[in-house]
Structure formats: C-alpha cells, structure tokens
Design a protein around this ligand. Sequence first.
Ligand code: G4P
Length: 285
Amino acid sequence: MKIQWYPGHMTKAKRAMQEDIKLVDLIIELLDARAPLSSRNPDIDTLGRGKARLILLNKADLAEEAANQEWTRYFENMGFQVMKIDARSRADLKQIQPVIQKACSEKIERDRRRGILNRPVRAMVAGIPNVGKSTFINSFAGKAAAKTGNRPGVTRGNQWIRLNRQVELLDTPGILWPKFEDERVGTRLAFLGTVNDDILNMDELAAELAAYLLREKPGLLTERYGDFTADGPVPAHEVLTQVARSRSCLKQGGEYDLSKAAKLLVDDFRSGRLGRITLERPTES
Ligand code: G4P
C-alpha cells in the first residue's frame, strides 16, 4: 500500500525536536511493540547523539509476549536500555525509575565527579503519532502534570513536570515522522492506525489485513468469526464476507455490507480483540 503523508508538518516537527533535544539529558523513545522497526525513525539516533537513551516498547499488551522479549533483546544488543510497557498502566510505569537511572548512569557519574549531587535528569518523550506519547506522559506524570496545566496563568507547552527528585519531564512530546521508504512499513503503520484513516481506502486496507491474517494467523480469524465455509484455500475476500456473516453486517436489501465488515475487522485488530499480534520480528530485519 503506497502512502504519502504530510511532509510539510514533519519539517516543522523535526525543527521543534532539534530545539527540545538541546534541553534534555535523556530521550525516552516510544515504539509500538507490534511493529517496533516500522514505528521507529532511525533519524533519532543522529538527532539524539550524545544523549542518554531509553526505548519503551509500548502497547506491549497488544503484542505477542515472545516477540516482546525478542525485541527487547534486539534493542539491548544495540546498546539501549529497553522496557516493554502498557502506557495506561501505572504499575508498569512504576518500574521505569530504576531503568531511567541506569540509562543516565554516565551523566549521573559525571555530575558526581564534578561535585554535583542529586541534580534531576531532564527527559523528553519522543515517538511517531499515535504511539502513546500523551498517554505515557499523563500516566507517568499523573498528578504532577495536572497541577502544572491547571495553575492559573500557566499555559501548557514546554514546561518541566517534576516527577520526583530524580526526574523532570518535558510536558510536550517530540513528534517523530515515520519512514515510508519501504512499502511494507506504510502497510503496517496503516494496520496499526498510525496513518490517518481519512487518507486510506479502508476496504483496501481491510483486504490487505485479511490476506495477512489468513497467511499468518488463520486460527485467530476462525476463533473470532467462526469457521470458513469455503473448501480448500480461503480467498481473502471470503474473510470479509465471513466477518459480515458472523457480525450480521447487512445492507438494507439484505446483502452483506462489506465496507462495514472492513471497518470491523480493522478495529478488532487494532483494539486487540483478535488477540495479541506482532507484525514484525527481529529475525526478518
Ligand atoms: P500519541 O500521543 O503518541 O499520539 O498517542 P496517544 O497517547 O494519544 O495514544 C493513542 C491511542 O493508543 C489511545 O487510544 C491510547 O489510549 C492508546 N494507548 C496508548 N498506550 C497504550 C498501551 O500501552 N496499550 C494500549 N492497549 N493502548 C494504548 P485511543 O483509542 O486513541 O483513545 P482512547 O479511546 O484510549 O481515549
């Protein structure tokens, strides 16, 4: 699926990112655990040169556990601190503090040698749209974020949220732009809902998703929508008919409403109702 996507906004986002990076010690980079490479923009490595780094595999609750572990090892081997999280879970986020300290150990040690003790680490969150940046900031900062935003006369935007004595977080995340050079990246990001659905042909997207699921996860399809009636190999279009049949998506005349079924299939995939699915594995890359 060929995707063209707002390069204009991205130039602006890149400039903002460059400015913000100057202010921080640590970049907390969010990736979508279901497609960590497709949801990653490697330009961050150049932009963030010299900064401490932490990679969070977010939406790990929607990805396959074995794959989460493979990806954790993959990024650890590249020299990053890594953690898988569900950004909506306060319990998961409680475990981040020691990982932040580890990611910033060089800076903390450098400060210590200079006699600077207990200076908080300044951090920013970065990632492509819809990866969960705002959710993460809100759950991580909790009451602190609310307090900053609600103070009279204080507008939000580029303020430091003091999380505790060790960490201050920039309240606006850095927006990274996806790299669409490989067509598969565009397709995976469209499956995940990163790409604005308004510019997508949902019927086409659902047909591609159906073909993918039929190839890789046929069991999950039958589990949710029932057994296919076709003898022999099931054609992709039959998947949408089956979705329509099992969910009673009907048009007024009684024929199957395949566009409705298409939206349903994509939505079931994105929300995890089809099961935990990881779209790419480190071994393929
Ligand atoms: P962004 O700032 O990077 O653009 O992303 P944002 O936080 O707005 O999150 C995008 C969507 O992803 C939100 O759902 C959010 O709830 C969901 N989300 C974020 N982190 C996680 C996670 O770890 N696991 C799961 N399962 N979902 C996550 P939404 O449908 O757009 O909004 P809402 O219905 O949750 O309000």
